[in-house]
Design a protein around this ligand. Structure first.
Ligand SMILES: *Cc1c(COP(=O)(O)O)cnc(C)c1O
Length: 387
Protein backbone atom coordinates (compact mmCIF):
# COMPACT_ATOMS: atom_id res chain seq x y z
CA UNK A 1 0.00 0.00 0.00
CA UNK A 2 1.20 3.51 -0.76
CA UNK A 3 1.98 5.51 2.37
CA UNK A 4 -0.02 8.45 1.09
CA UNK A 5 -3.25 6.41 1.44
CA UNK A 6 -2.72 5.94 5.17
CA UNK A 7 -3.88 8.29 7.91
CA UNK A 8 -1.35 10.84 9.13
CA UNK A 9 1.07 9.41 11.69
CA UNK A 10 1.60 12.09 14.35
CA UNK A 11 5.09 12.95 15.56
CA UNK A 12 4.15 12.18 19.18
CA UNK A 13 1.15 10.91 21.16
CA UNK A 14 0.72 10.30 24.89
CA UNK A 15 -0.37 6.88 26.15
CA UNK A 16 -3.13 7.42 28.70
CA UNK A 17 -4.80 4.31 30.12
CA UNK A 18 -8.08 3.64 31.89
CA UNK A 19 -6.21 3.76 35.26
CA UNK A 20 -5.23 7.39 34.67
CA UNK A 21 -8.77 8.26 33.57
CA UNK A 22 -10.35 6.58 36.61
CA UNK A 23 -7.93 8.35 38.96
CA UNK A 24 -8.73 11.74 37.43
CA UNK A 25 -12.43 11.02 37.76
CA UNK A 26 -11.96 10.07 41.41
CA UNK A 27 -10.21 13.40 42.05
CA UNK A 28 -13.02 15.27 40.32
CA UNK A 29 -15.64 13.42 42.37
CA UNK A 30 -13.73 13.92 45.62
CA UNK A 31 -14.03 17.69 45.41
CA UNK A 32 -10.26 18.09 45.85
CA UNK A 33 -9.06 19.28 42.46
CA UNK A 34 -5.97 21.37 43.22
CA UNK A 35 -2.83 20.27 45.13
CA UNK A 36 -3.81 17.83 47.84
CA UNK A 37 -3.55 14.11 48.58
CA UNK A 38 -2.83 13.01 45.00
CA UNK A 39 -0.01 15.52 44.52
CA UNK A 40 1.48 14.34 47.81
CA UNK A 41 1.15 10.69 46.79
CA UNK A 42 2.77 11.38 43.42
CA UNK A 43 5.72 12.97 45.22
CA UNK A 44 6.07 10.06 47.65
CA UNK A 45 5.81 7.53 44.82
CA UNK A 46 8.34 9.45 42.75
CA UNK A 47 10.92 9.52 45.56
CA UNK A 48 10.40 5.81 46.21
CA UNK A 49 10.67 5.01 42.52
CA UNK A 50 13.98 6.89 42.19
CA UNK A 51 15.34 5.64 45.50
CA UNK A 52 18.53 7.08 47.00
CA UNK A 53 16.79 9.14 49.66
CA UNK A 54 15.72 12.04 47.45
CA UNK A 55 12.89 14.48 48.09
CA UNK A 56 10.44 15.18 45.26
CA UNK A 57 8.55 18.44 44.86
CA UNK A 58 5.78 18.43 42.25
CA UNK A 59 5.36 21.53 40.10
CA UNK A 60 3.20 22.58 37.17
CA UNK A 61 6.07 22.41 34.64
CA UNK A 62 9.75 21.59 34.38
CA UNK A 63 10.29 25.25 33.57
CA UNK A 64 8.82 26.11 36.99
CA UNK A 65 11.04 23.46 38.60
CA UNK A 66 14.18 24.84 36.97
CA UNK A 67 13.23 28.36 38.06
CA UNK A 68 12.65 27.20 41.66
CA UNK A 69 15.95 25.31 41.64
CA UNK A 70 17.98 28.35 40.59
CA UNK A 71 16.08 30.56 43.04
CA UNK A 72 16.72 28.14 45.91
CA UNK A 73 20.42 28.09 45.00
CA UNK A 74 20.52 31.88 45.29
CA UNK A 75 21.26 32.63 41.62
CA UNK A 76 20.75 36.33 40.90
CA UNK A 77 21.84 39.39 38.93
CA UNK A 78 25.50 39.32 37.91
CA UNK A 79 25.75 35.54 38.16
CA UNK A 80 26.59 33.33 35.21
CA UNK A 81 25.13 29.89 34.57
CA UNK A 82 26.74 27.65 31.96
CA UNK A 83 24.43 25.65 29.73
CA UNK A 84 24.16 24.24 26.22
CA UNK A 85 22.94 26.06 23.13
CA UNK A 86 21.47 22.78 21.85
CA UNK A 87 18.34 22.73 23.98
CA UNK A 88 14.84 24.10 24.41
CA UNK A 89 14.63 27.72 25.48
CA UNK A 90 13.19 26.80 28.92
CA UNK A 91 16.64 25.59 30.03
CA UNK A 92 18.03 29.10 29.62
CA UNK A 93 15.03 31.40 30.12
CA UNK A 94 14.84 30.54 33.82
CA UNK A 95 18.33 31.99 34.26
CA UNK A 96 17.04 35.29 32.85
CA UNK A 97 13.98 35.17 35.17
CA UNK A 98 16.45 35.74 38.02
CA UNK A 99 18.44 38.43 36.23
CA UNK A 100 21.45 36.16 35.81
CA UNK A 101 23.19 35.46 32.48
CA UNK A 102 23.36 32.14 30.65
CA UNK A 103 26.74 31.34 29.14
CA UNK A 104 26.12 29.07 26.18
CA UNK A 105 28.58 26.39 25.16
CA UNK A 106 28.69 23.89 22.32
CA UNK A 107 27.80 20.21 22.47
CA UNK A 108 29.87 17.09 21.96
CA UNK A 109 29.50 15.78 18.40
CA UNK A 110 29.04 12.19 19.57
CA UNK A 111 26.77 12.46 22.62
CA UNK A 112 24.95 15.65 21.50
CA UNK A 113 25.16 16.67 25.18
CA UNK A 114 27.10 19.61 26.62
CA UNK A 115 30.83 19.52 25.78
CA UNK A 116 32.62 19.27 29.13
CA UNK A 117 35.88 20.77 27.80
CA UNK A 118 33.87 23.84 26.77
CA UNK A 119 32.37 24.10 30.26
CA UNK A 120 35.87 24.27 31.70
CA UNK A 121 36.79 27.09 29.29
CA UNK A 122 33.61 29.08 30.01
CA UNK A 123 34.14 29.35 33.77
CA UNK A 124 34.74 32.89 35.08
CA UNK A 125 34.71 34.49 38.53
CA UNK A 126 30.97 35.08 38.03
CA UNK A 127 30.07 31.46 37.26
CA UNK A 128 27.71 29.97 39.83
CA UNK A 129 26.15 26.90 38.24
CA UNK A 130 26.00 24.46 35.33
CA UNK A 131 22.81 23.15 33.73
CA UNK A 132 23.49 20.04 31.61
CA UNK A 133 20.68 18.57 29.49
CA UNK A 134 20.39 14.81 28.98
CA UNK A 135 19.71 15.31 25.30
CA UNK A 136 17.11 12.96 23.78
CA UNK A 137 17.32 10.81 26.91
CA UNK A 138 20.99 9.90 26.74
CA UNK A 139 22.88 10.93 29.85
CA UNK A 140 25.36 13.78 29.73
CA UNK A 141 28.85 13.04 31.09
CA UNK A 142 27.82 13.67 34.68
CA UNK A 143 30.98 12.29 36.28
CA UNK A 144 33.08 14.94 34.53
CA UNK A 145 30.51 17.71 35.03
CA UNK A 146 30.17 17.07 38.76
CA UNK A 147 33.99 16.87 39.00
CA UNK A 148 34.35 20.29 37.35
CA UNK A 149 31.64 21.73 39.60
CA UNK A 150 33.35 20.44 42.75
CA UNK A 151 36.75 21.85 41.75
CA UNK A 152 35.26 25.30 41.06
CA UNK A 153 32.59 25.43 43.78
CA UNK A 154 29.71 25.45 41.29
CA UNK A 155 26.15 24.11 41.60
CA UNK A 156 24.75 21.55 39.17
CA UNK A 157 21.09 21.52 38.10
CA UNK A 158 20.22 18.69 35.72
CA UNK A 159 17.63 19.47 33.07
CA UNK A 160 16.21 15.93 33.00
CA UNK A 161 13.17 16.80 30.87
CA UNK A 162 14.15 13.95 28.52
CA UNK A 163 15.62 11.58 31.07
CA UNK A 164 12.98 9.39 32.70
CA UNK A 165 14.22 6.76 33.03
CA UNK A 166 17.87 7.32 32.12
CA UNK A 167 20.93 6.08 33.96
CA UNK A 168 24.48 7.41 34.21
CA UNK A 169 27.20 5.03 35.42
CA UNK A 170 24.40 2.71 36.50
CA UNK A 171 22.51 5.25 38.64
CA UNK A 172 19.13 6.73 37.74
CA UNK A 173 19.16 10.39 36.75
CA UNK A 174 17.65 12.08 39.80
CA UNK A 175 19.86 10.15 42.24
CA UNK A 176 23.28 11.52 41.19
CA UNK A 177 25.42 13.91 43.23
CA UNK A 178 24.12 17.05 41.54
CA UNK A 179 22.24 19.68 43.56
CA UNK A 180 18.86 19.46 41.84
CA UNK A 181 17.32 17.42 39.02
CA UNK A 182 14.18 18.53 37.20
CA UNK A 183 11.88 16.25 35.18
CA UNK A 184 9.13 17.28 32.75
CA UNK A 185 5.71 15.70 32.31
CA UNK A 186 4.75 17.79 29.30
CA UNK A 187 2.44 16.07 26.79
CA UNK A 188 5.17 14.61 24.57
CA UNK A 189 7.62 13.56 27.30
CA UNK A 190 8.28 9.94 28.33
CA UNK A 191 5.59 10.17 31.01
CA UNK A 192 3.01 12.93 31.09
CA UNK A 193 0.54 14.76 33.30
CA UNK A 194 -0.51 17.08 30.47
CA UNK A 195 1.58 19.83 32.01
CA UNK A 196 3.77 19.13 35.02
CA UNK A 197 7.21 18.58 36.42
CA UNK A 198 9.16 17.28 39.41
CA UNK A 199 12.03 18.93 41.24
CA UNK A 200 14.22 16.34 42.96
CA UNK A 201 16.96 17.00 45.50
CA UNK A 202 18.75 15.47 48.47
CA UNK A 203 19.40 18.92 49.97
CA UNK A 204 16.72 19.58 52.58
CA UNK A 205 17.33 23.36 52.50
CA UNK A 206 16.73 23.49 48.74
CA UNK A 207 13.62 21.32 49.16
CA UNK A 208 12.29 23.59 51.90
CA UNK A 209 12.85 26.76 49.89
CA UNK A 210 11.35 25.26 46.73
CA UNK A 211 8.22 24.18 48.65
CA UNK A 212 7.76 27.69 50.01
CA UNK A 213 8.37 29.41 46.67
CA UNK A 214 6.16 26.95 44.79
CA UNK A 215 3.13 28.37 46.59
CA UNK A 216 3.31 32.16 46.99
CA UNK A 217 6.10 32.16 49.58
CA UNK A 218 3.81 30.74 52.25
CA UNK A 219 5.88 29.42 55.14
CA UNK A 220 4.54 25.91 55.58
CA UNK A 221 6.15 25.57 59.01
CA UNK A 222 4.07 28.45 60.33
CA UNK A 223 1.10 27.11 58.41
CA UNK A 224 1.37 23.59 59.82
CA UNK A 225 2.20 24.78 63.36
CA UNK A 226 -0.79 27.05 63.56
CA UNK A 227 -3.22 24.80 61.76
CA UNK A 228 -2.59 22.18 64.41
CA UNK A 229 -3.67 24.50 67.24
CA UNK A 230 -6.19 26.98 65.96
CA UNK A 231 -8.60 27.18 63.03
CA UNK A 232 -6.50 27.04 59.87
CA UNK A 233 -6.77 30.63 58.73
CA UNK A 234 -3.28 31.73 59.78
CA UNK A 235 -0.24 31.75 57.50
CA UNK A 236 2.88 33.79 56.97
CA UNK A 237 4.38 35.06 53.73
CA UNK A 238 8.16 35.00 53.89
CA UNK A 239 8.96 35.82 50.23
CA UNK A 240 7.24 36.93 47.01
CA UNK A 241 6.75 33.37 45.78
CA UNK A 242 5.28 31.88 42.64
CA UNK A 243 2.19 29.84 41.69
CA UNK A 244 3.85 26.63 40.56
CA UNK A 245 1.93 23.86 42.38
CA UNK A 246 0.76 20.72 40.55
CA UNK A 247 -2.98 20.00 40.70
CA UNK A 248 -4.38 16.72 41.99
CA UNK A 249 -6.04 16.27 38.60
CA UNK A 250 -2.63 16.26 36.92
CA UNK A 251 -1.00 14.23 39.72
CA UNK A 252 -3.70 11.58 39.25
CA UNK A 253 -2.38 10.99 35.75
CA UNK A 254 1.23 11.05 36.96
CA UNK A 255 0.70 8.39 39.65
CA UNK A 256 -0.22 5.83 36.97
CA UNK A 257 2.20 7.06 34.31
CA UNK A 258 5.06 6.59 36.76
CA UNK A 259 4.09 2.94 37.31
CA UNK A 260 4.42 2.42 33.56
CA UNK A 261 7.70 4.30 33.12
CA UNK A 262 9.91 1.21 32.86
CA UNK A 263 7.47 -0.55 30.56
CA UNK A 264 7.28 2.55 28.36
CA UNK A 265 11.08 2.72 28.23
CA UNK A 266 11.29 -0.89 27.03
CA UNK A 267 8.79 -0.17 24.27
CA UNK A 268 10.68 2.94 23.22
CA UNK A 269 13.98 1.07 23.25
CA UNK A 270 12.56 -1.71 21.07
CA UNK A 271 11.50 0.88 18.49
CA UNK A 272 14.90 2.61 18.68
CA UNK A 273 16.62 -0.75 18.15
CA UNK A 274 14.52 -1.41 15.06
CA UNK A 275 15.40 2.01 13.69
CA UNK A 276 19.07 1.40 14.50
CA UNK A 277 19.22 -1.85 12.57
CA UNK A 278 16.94 -0.90 9.68
CA UNK A 279 18.40 2.54 9.02
CA UNK A 280 22.05 1.47 9.19
CA UNK A 281 23.70 1.82 5.80
CA UNK A 282 21.70 4.88 4.77
CA UNK A 283 23.47 8.27 4.47
CA UNK A 284 22.69 9.04 8.10
CA UNK A 285 24.38 9.49 11.43
CA UNK A 286 22.22 7.51 13.85
CA UNK A 287 21.72 8.74 17.42
CA UNK A 288 24.28 7.81 20.05
CA UNK A 289 23.42 4.83 22.23
CA UNK A 290 23.80 4.97 25.99
CA UNK A 291 27.16 3.93 27.48
CA UNK A 292 27.42 0.15 27.90
CA UNK A 293 25.18 -0.97 30.75
CA UNK A 294 23.28 2.32 30.94
CA UNK A 295 19.63 3.06 30.13
CA UNK A 296 18.64 5.53 27.40
CA UNK A 297 15.07 6.78 27.84
CA UNK A 298 14.76 7.18 24.03
CA UNK A 299 12.59 10.27 24.44
CA UNK A 300 13.73 11.34 20.95
CA UNK A 301 15.19 9.53 17.97
CA UNK A 302 17.41 12.14 16.36
CA UNK A 303 19.11 11.40 13.05
CA UNK A 304 21.53 13.52 11.02
CA UNK A 305 21.68 13.42 7.23
CA UNK A 306 25.22 13.13 5.92
CA UNK A 307 26.57 15.25 3.04
CA UNK A 308 26.15 12.39 0.55
CA UNK A 309 22.37 12.15 1.20
CA UNK A 310 20.33 12.68 -1.99
CA UNK A 311 18.29 15.45 -0.37
CA UNK A 312 18.90 18.10 2.26
CA UNK A 313 17.26 18.09 5.67
CA UNK A 314 14.42 20.47 4.78
CA UNK A 315 13.45 18.43 1.72
CA UNK A 316 13.74 15.21 3.72
CA UNK A 317 11.23 16.49 6.28
CA UNK A 318 8.92 17.75 3.53
CA UNK A 319 8.99 14.34 1.86
CA UNK A 320 8.32 12.56 5.15
CA UNK A 321 5.25 14.77 5.61
CA UNK A 322 4.20 13.92 2.04
CA UNK A 323 4.34 10.27 3.15
CA UNK A 324 1.99 11.22 6.01
CA UNK A 325 4.60 11.09 8.76
CA UNK A 326 4.98 13.78 11.43
CA UNK A 327 8.53 15.01 12.02
CA UNK A 328 10.32 17.51 14.20
CA UNK A 329 13.71 19.16 14.69
CA UNK A 330 15.56 19.18 18.01
CA UNK A 331 16.52 21.89 18.26
CA UNK A 332 16.68 25.19 16.53
CA UNK A 333 19.69 25.99 18.74
CA UNK A 334 19.35 28.91 21.12
CA UNK A 335 22.09 30.89 19.36
CA UNK A 336 19.78 31.07 16.30
CA UNK A 337 16.85 32.67 18.11
CA UNK A 338 16.60 36.48 17.94
CA UNK A 339 16.34 37.04 21.71
CA UNK A 340 19.38 34.96 22.63
CA UNK A 341 21.39 35.92 19.55
CA UNK A 342 20.88 39.65 20.05
CA UNK A 343 21.11 39.74 23.86
CA UNK A 344 24.40 37.81 23.98
CA UNK A 345 25.80 38.58 20.49
CA UNK A 346 25.89 34.93 19.50
CA UNK A 347 26.93 33.66 16.07
CA UNK A 348 26.80 30.17 14.51
CA UNK A 349 30.62 30.19 14.33
CA UNK A 350 30.73 30.12 18.13
CA UNK A 351 28.88 26.78 18.14
CA UNK A 352 30.16 24.81 15.14
CA UNK A 353 29.02 21.40 16.41
CA UNK A 354 25.50 22.45 17.36
CA UNK A 355 25.18 24.43 14.11
CA UNK A 356 26.21 21.44 11.99
CA UNK A 357 23.83 19.15 13.85
CA UNK A 358 21.04 21.68 13.45
CA UNK A 359 21.54 21.93 9.68
CA UNK A 360 21.41 18.15 9.21
CA UNK A 361 19.07 16.92 11.92
CA UNK A 362 15.54 15.53 11.93
CA UNK A 363 13.62 13.70 14.63
CA UNK A 364 11.57 10.62 13.74
CA UNK A 365 8.35 9.67 15.54
CA UNK A 366 9.07 7.39 18.51
CA UNK A 367 6.37 6.73 21.09
CA UNK A 368 4.79 3.82 22.89
CA UNK A 369 1.54 3.87 20.94
CA UNK A 370 3.30 3.24 17.64
CA UNK A 371 2.38 -0.13 16.22
CA UNK A 372 4.77 -2.47 14.48
CA UNK A 373 3.34 -1.27 11.16
CA UNK A 374 3.72 2.40 12.13
CA UNK A 375 7.41 1.71 12.73
CA UNK A 376 7.68 -0.17 9.42
CA UNK A 377 6.03 2.73 7.70
CA UNK A 378 8.55 5.25 9.08
CA UNK A 379 11.45 2.97 8.12
CA UNK A 380 9.98 2.46 4.64
CA UNK A 381 9.56 6.20 4.10
CA UNK A 382 13.11 7.01 5.22
CA UNK A 383 14.51 4.27 2.93
CA UNK A 384 12.41 5.48 0.02
CA UNK A 385 13.64 9.06 0.39
CA UNK A 386 17.27 8.35 1.22
CA UNK A 387 17.95 4.85 -0.15
C1 LIG B 1 10.23 20.04 27.60
C2 LIG B 1 11.52 20.63 28.04
C3 LIG B 1 11.60 21.58 29.07
C4 LIG B 1 10.39 22.24 29.67
O1 LIG B 1 9.48 21.37 30.20
P1 LIG B 1 8.03 21.93 30.60
O2 LIG B 1 7.52 20.86 31.53
O3 LIG B 1 7.25 22.04 29.34
O4 LIG B 1 8.23 23.23 31.28
C5 LIG B 1 12.84 21.98 29.52
N1 LIG B 1 13.96 21.51 28.96
C6 LIG B 1 13.94 20.63 27.93
C7 LIG B 1 15.22 20.14 27.39
C8 LIG B 1 12.72 20.19 27.43
O5 LIG B 1 12.69 19.33 26.41
Amino acid sequence: MDNTDLPFLPFALPEIGEEEIAEVVSSLRSGWVTSGPKAKQFETDFSAWLGGGVESISVNSATAGLHLALEALGIGPGDEVITTTHTFTATAEVIRYLGADPVFVDVDSTTLCIDTAQIQRAITSRTKAIIPVHFAGRSADMRTIIGIARRHGLKVIEDAAHALPTTCNGALIGTLDSDVTVFSFYANKTITTGEGGMLVTRDSEIAKRARIMRLHGINRDAFDRFTAKVPSWYYEIVAPGFKYNLTDIAASIGIHQLKKANFFQKKRQAIAERYNSELAGLPLILPPNAEAGDIHSWHLYVIQLTEDAKVGRDTFIEKMFEQGIGMSVHYVPLHQHPYWRETYTLTPEMFPVSQTIYEHTATLPLYTRMTESDVDRVIGAVKKILG
